[in-house]
Design a binder for this molecule. Sequence first.
Ligand code: FES
Ligand code: FES
Length: 394
Amino acid sequence: MTRLEYTINGEAVSVEVEPRTSLADMLRERLNLTGTHLGCEQGVCGACTIFLDGMPARSCITSALPCAGAEIKTIEAFDDDPLMGQLRGAFNANHALQCGFCTPGMLITARDIAIRLDDPTEERIRIELAGNLCRCTGYMGIVRAIQAVVATRSGSDLLDASKLALGPAGAGHEVAKVVPTTPRKPSGPPAPAMAALIPQPRSRPRPKPSVHQSFVVAFPRAKVWEQFGDVPSMVRCIPGASLISAEPNGTYQIKMRIKVGPITAEFAGIAEQQRDDAEMVGVISGSGRDSRSASLADGELTYRLVSEAEASTRIEIDVGYVLSGALGQFARGGIVNHFISAITRQFAENLGLLLEAKPGAEAPPQLTSELHVLGSLMHAIRAWLTALLRKNRP
Ligand code: FES
Ligand code: FES
């Protein structure tokens, strides 16, 4: 037996252990700190996660002996911790636990995420949680709970208070640094409320083109190209879309509202455009989030202008998208493809109206601003629901 000294949950502790004892066994069996759970005991499930010198660590595969002198915090240390209190409330509110076995380790990791990362995307939170397994919840509630705390954390003094209580491993318990997950644009970040909603463009892999559309407008190529360069009026042409702001760094904050029967989604996001004047090819890419369903959409639209006879222009459009979260299921069964077809049709009509408008006309052209759900889309939804019900029938 060897006698070792630690600071555990703020108190100096002296404990005798066998040289091969793990931290988890020492905490549970010698000190009765059973909030640290043991699942796999081989470093996979994360149930035994504790803070070791301010860093989350798996206590089941960490030997107690070399940690002598370390500062250890188990879940029991956080009864009165304001940030952990917020996380516990958010876990309850978002149904982020069922049996609760994973919850102590999950909360330790969640607190680390909430302290260390500045505005993490849903994808980043999921990556950070990859070492904590839950066999009950399906993770959506856990991710939502962390997002809820991160969103309300801005502007409060919780973050500062929490930073003082912890420090990165090996750094003598210094104040932890908040690490931005994406580089800040030099012109400054969007307003905090918006920043919590909006994933940054290019934070995920580029969506592959999956829908091709083309239509012809009776206007010369140069005029159509000029019109496509006017982003605010192009956004007006997209049914359901509205421009929130044009940022000095060349990006745009955009909202897109979609309603089909009882389903309503409003994606808020950032878009940017790149144009090749010589080839008359442009690429618009963007990411958006629907906060109600916690769904994310990544999209990339490539448009190419081709001269047709008699001063008309054919517009070729390729759209790629990735839809994840609760609305991700609508990416199946071709439903999103029907959406894109419906949007493109109305976009083409609106574009024609805009091109026809006289420059400096007193009244702006009346464009269709709501997405009209066409019969083919309803047909696709019905077919998809029928197939789904058939598949799930016992
Ligand atoms: Fe430690 Fe599973 S019990 S990782
Ligand atoms: Fe049961 Fe996570 S709530 S394992």
